[in-house]
Design a protein around this ligand. Sequence first.
Ligand code: ADP
Length: 468
Amino acid sequence: MKILFVASEVVPFAKTGGLADVAGALPKAIRKIGHDIRVFMPRYKKIDPEKWNLKPVAQDIFEARMPGSELIVYFAENRYFAQRDELYVQKGKGYPDNCEAFLAFCRAAIPFLKKINWIPDIIHCNDWQSAPIVLYLHEFRKRQPTLKRTATVYSIHNMAYQGEFSEEKIPLLNEADMGNLVFGGKILFAKAGILFSDVINSVSKTYAKEIQTEEFGYGLEGLMQKRSADVYGIVNGVDYELWNPATDKQIIKRYSRMTLSLKVQNKTALQDEMGLPQESVPLMGMISRLDVQKGFDILAEAINGILELDCQLVILGTGNPKYHRLLEQIKKKHPDRIGIKLGFDAALAQRIYAGSDMFLLPSKYEPCGLGQLISFKYGTIPIARKTGGLADTVHDYDAETGEGDGFIFEEYNGSALLDAVKRAIEVYKDKSTWKKIQERVMQYDYSWDASAKKYISLYVKALDKVIK
Ligand code: ADP
């Protein structure tokens, strides 16, 4: 199959969250199976053309290889991307020309494919930034025989981000987009992906169901219900070439399941780096966009209770200034208990996964969540709320049977979170039990290979629809 994979962020070129991890790893895994998959992404200002060896292939389109792979990545340039320092959000606010930037990006894709005479069987779009491509293909397919057999897949990584733009932007649309990109008097990019794609998927089975309900559908549950026969859920994988404590170059001491006793050296180094005393108390890590989605409201409720327990907390994150202030206040109050770093730091993230005993994911909602899957590989035990992908991948530890791989709570409130933390700390005290759980989770295989095969089946389903 020939597949064009379109995403607005791709590791290692540009990243703000989990979509970049997916887009950096899934195409590699699909290519390994033997398909001709290529990636199409924006050329942001922060992507260094020399470092990645970008070469022009067509007007405003550049090409590079994914490091460590033969995978081709295309970078579409436009004047909006060329002027911004970040991807779409700066200091918690979307850029005022996001609508222009991503319309231009989406309009460039199909003409480019025709120009290089590479017509894919599948165009796989991801989240709102590439959703209009689904609509353009839908329109082109009506009149252009060469595109008649190209099918579309639309993946929803986060339903809360829909590419919503106010009514003043409507004149930017041309005839083809008009109407089909407008929803409730506003522009809504995600609508195009949901209504016009051949199949839809989301990044876990639970989230794929949740987004068809009012609570998680963010106003689009009606459209999702219309398409429910075509909605699938495929859980994300982890790129173990990047995330592996046995080969991780960013951590002080590499370790594996066999040499688990070495992990503690990463803990003391992390305590040192984050300005915490080197005590042998349980250390909880958290790495997250600072957004209401990630549960900072209930963390704020629970934080005093948590820090009164004998434990430490390390948080790495950036996002909403409100939560920056919140974390700074907590740090002032408990300087010996909590270490914070407000920013995006990929290397520190690796040291936190390796150095923490537990990993906090108190999310309000969570499409898939990667933190728990990465934590498993590092023998770091998740404390997570039962929602979306967390509900599918973290199983509550049961002291009676000894089964489970994390600590789950259901209610979205501070006391439920605090209870889960208390339970985790209790179990942590029993060193041999804790080690058993660590050994269990480190064996899990959340590599992309299995999920990539599921994506191939999904592509076949989409193709079936256009061939019929
Ligand atoms: P989301 O896509 O909603 O942000 P995911 O759990 O799917 O959440 O993916 C988050 C990814 O981004 C993980 O790889 C996590 O380690 C990483 N990450 C989040 N915030 C930061 C940060 N401030 N610095 C480094 N990595 C981060």
